[in-house]
Design a protein around this ligand. Structure first.
Ligand code: ADP
Length: 248
């Protein structure tokens, strides 16, 4: 779908966030970008979204995959909803900004809310929704344009553990159902191991790809307690021990 070729990013204040990141991404992959805080994960996501330019190297999109308006959905750590607008109107927003009428957009908004399990909450405003539900609205807002690529920047980090597990289950199921390509930033080894079918482990700043893992954990209700899952968590933990400086 696209490839990063020796991508580097140095900010104007001379912070080297990324150094020579090379990796190819296939359509339909669920890629976790996993690394300690400050290793450049969000920077990489912003480069993919076209919100920043690499200082060296390049991102090459396959011809058929070159993104146009609405082809990339972005989900942030905060749900960032308009407080005065209902869940449905928040989901409608990106279509509205692209000139779609409310009537045209209505079936898409309904479908996006259904995808995240919020059909019954379409007319509720953010203050009437739990933290998990607000994040679901945020995910629906990213899905409403039917993007080919969904970029997610630690979307579950602020949720309690029970809610987080539920949203992880639902996102994993949504990915399996929809076949969307997802790039998901996290600093949680457990979250990366549970969600993704590919994990790029980034080294501490400046970020480089320290490991490129393609786990195969059996699907089903016992995923989180399977031996394959705990083995993977151990493998990633060992990888970090190798790449983290001693004093950390
Ligand atoms: P992560 O998402 O892994 O926590 P970031 O990509 O947010 O890491 O940041 C990587 C490094 O780049 C950090 O040291 C951060 O302080 C720095 N950084 C991020 N954005 C900017 C910016 N706009 N200007 C200067 N430094 C930045």
């Amino acid at each position: 779908m696209f490839s990063l070729r020796e991508v580097a990013k140095t900010y104007p204040n001379a912070t080297i966030a990324l150094e020579s990141v090379t990796a190819g991404f296939e359509p339909g992959e669920f890629v976790a970008l996993l690394g300690p805080s400050g290793c450049g994960k969000s920077t990489l996501l912003r480069l993919l979204a076209g919100l920043e330019e690499p200082s060296a190297g390049r991102i090459e999109w396959d011809k058929a995959a070159r993104p146009g308006p609405g082809d990339i959905g972005f989900v942030f750590q905060d749900a960032t909803l308009l407080p005065w607008a209902t869940a449905a109107d928040n989901v409608y927003l990106p279509l509205r900004l692209r000139g779609r009428t409310r009537d045209e957009a209505a079936p898409l908004v309904t479908a996006a809310l259904a995808q995240v399990g919020l059909s019954d909450f379409a007319q509720v405003k953010p203050r009437g929704l739990s933290g998990g539900m607000r994040m679901r609205v945020s995910i629906a807002r990213a899905l409403v344009s039917d993007p080919m690529l969904l970029l997610m920047d630690e979307p579950f980090a602020a949720l309690d553990e029970f809610t987080r597990h539920k949203l992880q289950d639902d996102l994993h199921a949504l990915w399996r159902r929809s076949g969307k390509t997802i790039v998901f930033v996290t600093h949680s080894i457990y979250e990366a191991a549970y969600l993704a079918n590919r994990i790029l482990v980034l080294s501490p700043r400046p970020g480089r790809v320290a490991a490129d893992l393609r786990p195969a954990i059996p699907e089903g209700p016992h995923r989180r307690s399977s031996g394959a899952y705990t083995d993977l968590v151990a493998e990633i933990t060992d990888t970090f021990k190798r790449v983290m400086p001693e004093h950390d």
